[in-house]
Design a protein around this ligand. Structure first.
Ligand code: SAH
Length: 260
């Protein structure tokens, strides 16, 4: 990356022209450097290497039209904290959206958005392009949010200091659903909150996952459930389903009432 090239907005990562048809994600942030160590690793990093997804991380600061690259200011009405200004964000969004003709779905990560669920992640994973807007400080001037009309998503009822971690949570969850991202083709389908289609059953529900075990068969006097070592696949399947239902009833009964 050439830090001296101030005429070009800073971007990390690039979109491979041959990867059209894959998912493109653009993140807008004032902390671009914190993304690559997380997104470049493991499943998400491998998915990018395989051309299933690509992302650019764009520094909002590069779009500030003042010489100090200031992107925040004091709140009208007084009070503590700073507010992210409209202009740099508006210009940054216009810039990244012009980089690719695929229609972009704008997402603002905010604690006031709809609480994220696996169903929302599935919806996002089916889209061609996401533009993720991350805030800092007290948040973003409401006028640019009103003008951009993004979908607003929260990762939970708690407040973080910035939208970068929420954006990375969302990217990780979306990318692992892209076909080919996980080693085993259907392993995502059996995770917690996924719809597991079962032949002939009404159990089109989103359940918690069953417990998992690996070697050794006995650890510190604790044995693996016998059925798992029986070699009887039908029995194992039935046991796992019972476990999913029982755990969901015990730990998250709300999931059984919710529509999938
Ligand atoms: N004053 C705001 C919080 C600002 S926190 C409020 O009370 O609603 C600063 C930034 O962190 C936000 O702009 C948002 O991008 C991000 N953020 C914090 N908590 C979040 C959450 N639970 N989900 C998604 N983004 C969050």
């Amino acid at each position: 990356m050439n830090k001296d090239d101030s005429s070009m907005p800073e971007q990390i990562g690039s979109v491979d022209a041959e990867a059209v048809g894959s998912l493109r994600i653009d993140v807008l942030t004032i902390f671009p450097e914190i993304f690559e160590p997380v997104l470049g690793s493991s499943i998400v990093g491998r998915a990018r290497a395989a051309g299933l997804v690509d992302w650019t991380i764009t520094d909002i600061r590069r779009f500030a039209d003042n010489k100090h690259q200031k992107v925040d200011d004091r709140p009208f009405g007084g009070g503590p904290g700073m507010v992210m200004m409209c202009q740099p964000i508006w210009d940054a969004v216009q810039h990244v959206e012009a980089l690719d003709e695929r229609p972009a779905t704008r997402i603002h990560l905010t604690p006031q958005g709809e609480p994220c669920t696996q169903r929302i992640i599935e919806e996002l994973a089916a889209l061609p392009r996401l533009v993720l807007l991350t805030g800092r400080y007290e948040g973003i001037d409401q006028r640019v949010i009103d003008r951009l009309e993004p979908r607003e998503i929260s990762i939970g009822d708690f407040v973080l200091s910035g939208g970068e971690l929420p954006a990375m949570c969302l990217i990780d969850a979306v990318v692992r659903l892209l076909p080919g991202a996980l080693g085993h083709e259907d392993s995502a389908g059996e995770d917690s909150f996924s719809v597991i289609a079962r032949d002939g059953g009404p159990e089109n529900q989103r359940l918690l996952d069953c417990p998992h075990y690996t070697r050794p068969r006995v650890w510190e006097g604790r044995e693996v459930p016998e059925v798992l070592t029986s070699g009887d696949h039908a029995k194992v399947d039935a046991w796992r389903h019972e476990q999913r239902l029982a755990r969901t009833e015990a730990l998250r009964p709300d999931l059984l009432e919710r529509e999938s």
